[in-house]
Write a protein that binds this ligand. Sequence first.
Ligand code: ME8
Length: 498
Amino acid sequence: MKPFYITTPIYYVNDKAHIGHAYTSLACDMIARFKRLDGFDVKFLTGTDEHGQKIEKAAAAKNIEPQNFVDNVSKLFQDLSQTLNLTNDDFIRTTEPRHKQAVQHLWKQLVDSGNIYLGEYAGWYAVRDEAFYQEDEIIDGYAPTGAVVEWISEPSYFFKLSAWAEPLLEYYTKHPDAILPESRRNEVLRFIEGGLNDLSISRRTLKWGIPVPGDPDHVMYVWLDALTNYLAALGYPNDGYQKYWEQSIHMVGKDILRFHSVYWPAFLMAANVSLPKTVFAHGWWTVEGEKMSKSIGNTIDPVEMVNTYGSDALRYFLLRDLSFGQDGDFSKAMFINRLNTDLANTYGNLCQRVLSFIYKNVDATIPTPGEFTEEDKRMLNMPLEMLPNLRKAIDKFYLHRYVEAVWQIIGEGNRYVDAQKPWGLKNVDPSRMNTVLYVLCDLIRQIAILTQPILPVASSKILAMLSVEISDLSMLEVALKPGLIITEPQPLFAKYIQ
Ligand code: ME8
């Protein structure tokens, strides 16, 4: 089996998750689930980023020891996997020994290769972003992101980032898929072409971090610490990590692309580790037209959403509504509209009317078909014919297109029911009715396989009603067995009042 490695950012534990965090994890989950169905040996990683000044401050504000504080909040993120129905294979915490060992090893590689020197940092720092800013980036006393900055002046270890601008540009020219989408890649290239400054990678005035090997007065800069999680989870530096590493995809929001496409690859090159295959930076969610923020009080809690609407509903909306890579707006009206239209009226309706009819009118038995018409064959082959496009949509990160394509098949299914009117055939041509019902059942079975990466709960319900077990995409080619007894159809999707 071909290895495939996909990672979410590791989330800060200064606060609980909102739908922005859920979004990245869901996108990775959809890809991981599809790749598993498609026969890949998948490793899907998520986790929490637990060191640094931002976390130290958040713990102090609650008057809790940092370790207790991070244990509590990390647990909320771990529980979120279950809530969102994520299939992550691992969950890494930067306070774990396996992570600390990997980071300290990487640091030593950077020292041994002559990429670290001791100097004095004097400059601006934004705790919210855990980022350094140049004087010319400061706008009216704030970072370009709007974060509050403070002046820091202290001895610090530096990484010779300036030496890596040319090698990075050369690498990115040779590997056009290393940063996606292309517009983001261009932004990164322009930034590197502007020249890179050496990077401060340790702090002396902070205690909550991983100690610098050989100089425990310093703790490491939280981004050097955090980025290494992707390697630590594969057992780096022990042999064997390369198997997945060579096939790695980092999914991130556009806010942290620079850390992943400038700092991280420079650290890796300097430590003689190969670079991840692709860093994909997706877009940004606002809520009802506004930036999500605790002070505005408009953050949307994924746990509350799942409690009210179910995990499939949240997954569907987030994965369908936004063209993956673009920014988007979360509006309650749009959310409800999609649930009612796409889930209840389209997908739910197709399954409900076909399966209920079979349950009530043909002894709950999948009928034996007669000869197939050209139209029947077209319906039966549609999912398989669509498969190359679906694969491409996943591999190119056009996640919304995957969803659209599957809903196109569902739409065709509904049109076929309307045109063939199986209920009208019961008395006049029962044999044709049986063929139509068979075609529909087999189509629904195939659709349920394809919707599994998006709607795992509904897909398992449908497949269970048809008494079919899901294994992989080769099932698309194995026709449904006539004669199977279906279980009583259960409602799949609720309808909501606007
Ligand atoms: O940056 N829209 O963690 P973080 C879309 N610990 N995505 C959003 C979003 C929004 N409004 N808000 C958050 C960190 N995200 C670091 C990462 S990785 C080595 C260290 C998602 O908790 C998006 O993926 O601030 C973004 O990049 C990430 O959450 C930031 O999470």
